[in-house]
Ligand binder design. Sequence first.
Ligand code: DQA
Length: 152
Amino acid sequence: MTAATRNRVAVMHGVNFDVLERRDAGLYGGRPLSALEHQIEGWARAARLEPIFFQTNHEGSFVEYLHRLPDIADGSVINAGAWTHYSRAIADALGVAGLPAVEVHLSDVESREDWRKVSVFDGLVVRKISGKGAEGYREALEVLARELGVSA
Ligand code: DQA
């Protein structure tokens, strides 16, 4: 890759993803986040993307990571968990980051409770992918690779 290549992708997980293996396996797969990240890393490298991973349960830390994002990444894949549905602070910070972002949800948020159908990221993300489990991340990486002009 040349110095001008834009291929760094931050894969960001929000609240409760540190205990992913303890959450409803029917919805979230029953695996630890480390296993999911390992799989995502393989897909990213196959797509010639450089992934970096981040997870926090602290909204302010998520916001501050988004503030730093333009220095460390060219795009992002974001699963903010429950924050997706109400954190205007995170939505504003994503706007500040100003990089292409894809929103991912393991479960099908459109077919669950009404409050999960709302996303603060509407209009800020290139694509919203939900209900495809881990595969949703592969699709998100493909979308970002196209967006960044990276071909495998
Ligand atoms: C989730 C869906 C959210 O509604 C929920 O709060 C999560 C996980 C998903 O990946 O399906 O924490 O983002």
